[in-house]
Design a binder for this molecule. Structure first.
Ligand code: SF4
Length: 226
């Protein structure tokens, strides 16, 4: 399906990806001026834990759990000072709590052993942390002010395909395509803009193309030519 949107952009004469990306970014930035990470955290460690907990659940659930969690666990040592079962109970509500507790404890151990208890900025270093895959590493690096890639979640994937920015399905390949067309200065805000546009307008099942500010730039628009 994604392949046809890239071809469709050419067929409709909408311009090349590199030409469309600037107006896409500009319009989304106006439309979603409040687009930012929805997870609540105060420190780098809290950011890392929040993102690790957010796998397979909602940001709302994570924020509810971490409001309690972060009062009890303030430093990496705190996650290792309790039995694993206790941490599992404390994060139970986020689902996959056994794997997440194991990953968080392994990550905290490595932070203490190799990074002085601090969260590293480099993608390669972040990827060494147990349970930290590329998406988590990209989110953390970007929020720490050192984006080295583009976060591809379900919204970014769907909108990148619909907008004809990629013909790929695999998140790693989608990211590679996006890195070629999105300017480096926008690697942080671009996924936030797509995520919020996906939540508010470009719904997975019922995209509201008639209300969409990108309708005349989007090869899968159902709103017809402007
Ligand atoms: S025009 Fe429609 S399909 Fe394209 S981005 Fe907007 S809502 Fe999504």
């Amino acid at each position: 399906m994604a392949r046809s949107y890239v071809a469709e952009a050419r067929r409709r004469g909408l311009g090349r990806r590199r030409e469309r990306i600037a107006p896409i970014l500009d319009r989304l930035a106006v439309e979603h001026a409040d687009a930012r990470i929805a997870l609540r955290f105060r420190t780098d460690v809290e950011l890392l834990v929040s993102v690790m907990l957010s796998a397979q659940t909602t940001d709302v659930t994570v924020n509810r759990v971490t409001a309690r969690l972060f009062r009890k666990y303030r430093r990496p040592e705190d996650y290792l000072a309790v039995p694993r079962e206790e941490l599992e109970r404390d994060i139970f509500e986020t689902g996959f709590y056994r794997q997440k507790a194991k990953a968080i404890r392994g990550t905290m151990r490595l932070l203490l052993e190799e990074f002085d208890g601090r969260v590293p900025r480099g993608l390669d270093e972040l990827l060494r942390l147990p349970g930290v895959a590329r998406k988590t590493a990209n989110v953390v690096a970007a929020e720490l002010g050192a984006p080295q890639g583009i976060v591809v979640d379900t919204h970014v994937r769907r909108l990148s395909q619909r907008l004809g920015l990629t013909r790929e399905d695999d998140p790693v390949k989608i990211e590679r395509d996006l890195l070629r067309v999105v300017p480096g200065a926008d690697w942080h805000r671009f996924p936030h803009l797509l995520i919020w546009h996906g939540r508010r307008v470009c719904d997975a099942r019922r995209p509201r193309c008639e209300e969409c500010v990108l309708a005349d730039l989007c090869p899968s628009s159902r709103a017809g030519p402007s």
